[in-house]
Design a protein around this ligand. Sequence first.
Ligand code: HEM
Length: 368
Amino acid sequence: MFSPQRIETTKSLRKKKVQELVKFVSESSEREEDVDISRASFTTALNIISNILFSVDLGSYDSKISNGFQETVTAVMVAIGKPDLANFFPFLGFLDLQSNRKNMKGCTERLFRLFRGFMDAKIALRNESTDDVSDIDFLDSLLALTQGVEPELDNSDIEHLLFDMFAAGTDTSSTNVEWAMAELLKNPKTMAKAQAEIDRVIGENGVVQESDISELPYLQAVVKETFRLHPALPLLLPRDAETDVEILGFMVPKDAQVLVNVWAIGRDPSVWENPTQFEPERFIGKEIDVKGRDYELTPFGAGRRICPGLPLAVKTVSLMLASLLYSFEWKLPNGISPEDLDMDETFGITLHKTKPLQAIPVKKRTIS
Ligand code: HEM
């Protein structure tokens, strides 16, 4: 799923799903309605991943159709991110005093039921084999590994893998698009600069393609600056120390839980100038990237546990953002001025904007 070839074969799928987002925003603009950026970008991220995995849309832009999937994934992230007394007093674990385990179980069971439905449908169709490799989705490839005398996976492994993909890949990508849009609405000059670059490269009446992104250094800097100030997983994923280890004079005992605070690293004044300012210019002409080699900017982690979805995520976030900026001018609703835009953060395992961003789109050009 994450090999460069596989990511390349799903390029047109991402383009199609992002165009559906543009169409939805265009219709909202015609109806003079605000767009809930978090919900809209979550739907796009969800449909990209659900199509890669099972070849279906799981999300809907229609707010009347409850996006139960988004609620369940968000509930999972909240349950994982809640501080749990049992982390500090393991002997209390069995009491589940904050009901974290109970909530988590309810959400995972709901998702697993949905996955089992897709798996059963695929198994029923298994004999109708297809020769077209592009028709084979991730679930087909996983189910193939359950076959043979010595299967590499069983159905429970598959359910857990699918769970990881949705939990790790949907909310993270959409949160990033929302924070990028919020920062651009708060900094109109930066928004204008990003839009001018996109207009120059794409021209009139085009559609942003993934291949255009490499021609958009300022947009890439906007994405990196968003990752620096608003890393989707502010503490990465927890680790356990395998042995006693001394780091910078501090003893970390065996079995201690270790959290890496990339949120604080991104705002460290000894590393970054004007650390709290949104200044994409700081990355222009610099080699710093998010691929785990530059430790001052590791929103995807680094080393063995680095996010396997990194290449897919960077493409998805950049394409969504570039397309929203290319096709629309954006304004804040209810006369909110940029400097008054609320940027409060809610910490969990993912870093959410406390007040979801609502924005008014104004069409810049014809949308096909
Ligand atoms: C902007 C979007 C994303 C961000 C910021 C992000 C960030 C991260 C981070 C920080 C980790 C933990 C790394 C560590 O602790 O060192 C992680 C793990 C993971 N990510 Fe992502 N991710 C994103 C999108 C995706 C996507 C699109 C997928 C796949 C569809 C994905 C799949 C995973 C998986 C499976 C893991 C767990 C790896 C393990 O268990 O070691 N991520 N991600």
